[in-house]
Ligand binder design. Structure first.
Ligand code: NAI
Length: 330
């Protein structure tokens, strides 16, 4: 079967190419999937898509009309997919639910450690021959309280890490993983926000969680606390976060995801004028750290993503039940 791979980067070609079985043929497009680029899938039975590809009803209908019958998500989150439209069209849709939860949790830790101890600023200073410590002061994380919102696979991995560092770990989750017993205390979101020195978001983006961090929830956070988001940008109301940073109530912000990231992330815009004023305002704060959705980006995770994507395709081709099919049954 021929598969149109959208939003393809050199590393996608490498890892999907290494895992591609003889029964499959991949064609790569650097363009994202939108209504304007659907036609690239002409002659393909499947599309392979990523986090910022558009999979709303018009796009799914257009793909179906072209003969596409399978949508292979090479990511865990599926907030960009109209599941109802896909089901109505009888499309096979599958994701890669857990390729390396530890990779994302470790990236959250990297963001916390960098922002807390200012190693990014120290790196630049030392290379300029500046060994002054002023402005690099951090806090000792041992003994601090870390609040984890969403204690699924990634949140549980993050809880393990912070527990191992001697932090007190709180989790807020309507159905947290049982693996958390002994590692973390279960609390409500308000209690978590009020008690945590660091709040790390790991729950999925859904209608119920969109802008869960808004002016009201920011006001409930401990003054000077750090907010970390490696989940989905839409969990945070960016304008409210900017106000909280300006008032100095929010102590620091580290994000790997951004609500309007689709027009920025995964591409080199270093010679462009960036029109997103909210994003540019964020960039002016010394206590804000942004990475471009790289939490998943490890060799191990990329291999797993490629292997599971083709295993999902094999289920579709052989008519076998697929544990990773969407919608998720639970
Ligand atoms: P998961 O499905 O294992 O866990 C999500 C948890 O969130 C579940 O335990 C669920 O009960 C909980 N939850 C749902 N609604 C909630 C709410 N209102 N408040 C608190 N908790 C709530 O998902 P997993 O694998 O841990 O991934 C979490 C998210 O991380 C994904 O949805 C995805 O958006 C993001 N992600 C980010 C990556 C990156 O590169 N930055 C890579 C992979 C995933």
């Amino acid at each position: 079967m021929k598969i149109a791979v959208y939003s393809a980067q050199p590393y996608d070609r490498r890892f999907l190419g290494e895992a591609c079985p003889p029964a499959a043929e991949t064609v790569y497009f650097s363009d994202p999937l939108t209504l304007d680029t659907v036609a690239l899938a002409q002659g393909c039975g499947a599309v392979c898509v990523f986090v910022n590809d558009v999979l709303d009803a018009p796009v799914l209908e257009a793909l179906h009309a072209l003969g596409v019958r399978a949508v292979l998500l090479r990511c865990a989150g599926f907030n960009n997919v109209d599941l109802g439209a896909g089901a109505r069209l009888g499309l096979f849709m599958a994701r890669v639910p857990a390729y390396a939860p530890e990779a994302v949790a470790e990236h959250a830790l990297a963001l916390v450690m960098t922002l807390n101890r200012n190693t990014h600023r120290a790196y630049a200073r030392v290379r300029e021959g500046n060994f002054a410590l002023d402005g690099l002061l951090g806090m000792t994380l041992h003994g601090k309280t870390v609040g984890i919102v969403g204690a699924g696979q990634i949140g549980t991995a993050a809880a393990r890490i912070f527990n191992g560092m001697g932090c007190k770990v709180l989790v807020s989750d309507p159905s947290p993983s049982p693996q958390l017993d002994g590692l973390a205390a279960r609390v409500g979101l308000d209690e978590l926000l009020a008690a945590s020195d660091i709040v790390s978001l790991h729950c999925p983006l859904m209608d119920a969680t969109r802008h869960m961090i808004d002016a009201a929830s920011l006001a409930r956070m401990k003054p000077g606390a750090m907010l970390v988001n490696t989940s989905r940008g839409g969990l945070i109301d960016t304008a409210a976060v900017i106000e909280a940073l300006k008032s100095r109530h929010l102590g620091a912000l580290a994000i790997d995801v951004y609500e309007q990231e689709a027009s920025l992330f995964f591409h080199d815009h270093s010679s462009d004028i960036i029109a997103d004023d909210l994003f540019q305002r964020l960039m002016t704060f010394p206590n804000v750290l942004v990475t471009g959705h790289q939490g998943f980006f490890t060799v191990e995770a990329m291999r797993e993503i490629a292997a599971v994507t083709f295993a999902n395709l094999a289920c579709h081709l052989n008519g076998r039940p697929c544990a990773n099919a969407l919608p998720v049954s639970s």
